[in-house]
Design a binder for this molecule. Structure first.
Ligand SMILES: Nc1ncnc2c1ncn2[C@@H]1O[C@H](COP(=O)(O)OP(=O)(O)O)[C@@H](O)[C@H]1O
Ligand SMILES: [Mg+2]
Length: 506
């Protein structure tokens, strides 16, 4: 490739208490390329880039920019070296305007006159790069996609020609992602360098020239995108072969397990989150709910599982109106829930792992006879699930609090997906789960479907939705934009609906 890379990191090490996040990493990026930094959750991608951006000091290793060794002690140093980073969680001041946010942190405080000039400059920059946003709008008025454009404009305004974007598509619709990719290609064509952090293989294939793959803090592969494939990348990323196809056996039955009728629900801020949502899930069926997170998904899941009050409308399970029932009632009536907040909702931290694993079922045989709990059954149930789900723990009697995040997720999934629920509500069940465990979770969902459960699968991963669901509903601003049979669904139509377009009449 390029004779001298614009960025070269050499044997960089970054340790945190209890984690070797970056382990002797060599990383190079050339001028004019989009370079994907690929890895599973926890692989060290963000940490490595935080080192390059001056947020973390490396424990050892060297960094070269344009062939010259540099010491980057703060983001300010990075910006001086023309490196800019857009973090996964935006860092904008909600009550300020776009322009004020872009100027924030610059040396000289803007006077009114300067503000006017800056607004013009930002407007021009936004036109030049096709990143439409009104410099006078306040951040709270903007969508996540627009906020991201503000972050990008901010680093361009500071003169960055090395752009780092940390999982930028996680807040975007497919169409917005496509625009972002066009923009990244344009940046590269102008000779800028883009480092694109992702854990999604399709994105690597769609936009990058080269990719560096991290696993557990180490570089496990450097590839040119044109000579690699999705399965190859997956194998590198996970360390073993990964299946991408799932077999769906048997037909959905005609009997509805869950009917949601005209549901109106408020969010935590007291604003309408569901605005008349209706849907049906049948036995032996997976209904996928596609949509960008924050469009009512959490409220939908919580109102079905008895965790959130319903303002009006009905939740009907096997013909019985259960609206207004609490979570205990739902559990006792065969509703399983894989929550998004696995720590606070999912598993009491002070119980042992074995106890947590029977939390749904301890009132029944074989775990309890009369008033007595059957310790032996509870223990052997735990042994079985710990090994099936590959939960890493010192013992089944260890306190749940001692589990790492990934293992806590496995515990909850094991509990919720191993019983015989009638209905499973799964809210982002594979978010933050490694690829190996993801595969296992998906297979379990299919097994439950085969066994007769109805499943409401809420996910932001369109591929997951497409490969598992029988039918797909799209949720946008608290309303269902339409329901499509999975066979006839395509990314493009789903993408439009996710952006608020109603399903075209057939
Ligand atoms: N500030 C921190 N303190 C302690 N551990 C951290 C910190 N940031 C990240 N880690 C740990 O470092 C590892 C790599 O994390 P990260 O760089 O965020 O991964 P990725 O971005 O690839 O998901 C993980 O094990 C994570 O728990
Ligand atoms: Mg990260």
């Amino acid at each position: 490739m390029q004779p001298s890379p614009i960025i070269k990191m050499e044997q960089v090490v970054k340790r945190f208490p209890g984690a070797l996040a970056v382990d002797h990493v060599d990383f190079e990026v050339g001028r004019g390329e989009v370079h994907a930094l690929l890895g599973e959750n926890g692989a060290g991608k963000t940490t490595l880039m935080n080192v390059l951006y001056g947020i973390h000091r490396p424990d050892s290793g060297k960094i070269f920019v344009n062939g010259r060794e540099v010491s980057i002690r703060s983001p300010k140093d990075a910006i001086t070296l023309r490196i800019g980073m857009v973090h996964q969680n935006f860092r904008l001041v909600e009550s300020h305007t776009v322009c004020e946010n872009i100027l924030l942190g610059l040396k000289n405080l803007p006077t009114i006159l300067k503000l006017k000039t800056a607004e013009k400059e930002i407007e021009e920059l936004s036109k030049q790069y096709d990143l439409p946003v009104d410099p006078r709008a306040r951040i709270w008025q903007l969508s996540m996609g627009e906020r991201q454009r503000v972050e990008i404009l901010k680093i361009l305004y500071r003169g960055a020609d090395i752009l780092i974007l940390d999982e930028p598509t996680s807040v975007l619709t497919p169409l917005e992602s496509k625009h972002l990719f066009d923009f990244l290609r344009k940046m590269a064509a102008e000779g800028k360098s883009v480092i694109f952090i992702t854990h999604k293989l399709d994105e690597v294939m769609a936009v990058s020239d080269r990719a560096t793959v991290l696993r557990a803090g180490r570089v496990v592969g450097k590839v040119a995108t044109s000579t690699t494939s999705k399965p190859d990348l997956a194998t590198l990323m996970v360390g073993r072969k990964v299946l991408f196809t799932y077999e769906r056996r048997g037909e959905a039955s005609a009997s509805p397990v869950l009917e949601v009728r005209d549901l109106q629900v408020l969010n935590d801020k007291g604003l309408p989150a569901l605005k008349g949502t209706s849907l049906t899930v049948h036995a032996h069926e997976i209904l996928g709910i596609a949509g960008v997170a924050g469009n009512g998904q959490k409220e939908l899941a919580e109102s079905i599982t008895g965790l959130r009050d319903v303002s009006s409308g009905q939740v009907i399970i096997e013909g019985n109106n259960v609206s207004g029932r609490n979570a205990k009632y739902m559990i006792e009536h065969g509703v399983a829930y894989v929550p998004e907040d696995r720590i606070n909702v999912g598993a009491p931290q002070s119980l042992s792992i074995a106890e947590n694993l029977v939390l749904r079922t301890y009132r029944y045989e074989p775990f309890s006879k009369g008033l007595l709990l059957e310790k032996r059954e509870i223990g052997s149930n735990a042994e079985k699930l710990i090994s099936e789900f590959n939960i890493v723990t010192s013992s089944r009697d260890a306190i749940t609090r001692t589990l790492s995040g990934g293992n806590l997720q496995k515990l909850i999934l094991a509990r919720e997906l191993s019983g015989r629920p009638k209905l499973i509500v799964a809210l982002y069940p594979t978010r933050g789960v490694d690829v190996g465990a993801t595969e296992y979770v998906r297979e379990l969902l299919l097994k439950q479907r085969e066994g007769g459960a109805g499943i409401l699968l809420i996910s932001e991963d369109l591929e997951e939705i497409l490969s598992l669901s029988d039918r797909i509903a799209v949720l946008y601003e608290g309303q269902i934009m339409g329901v499509i049979p999975a066979e006839s669904a395509n990314m493009e139509e789903l993408g439009l609906m996710m952006g608020g377009a109603l399903k075209k009449a057939a």
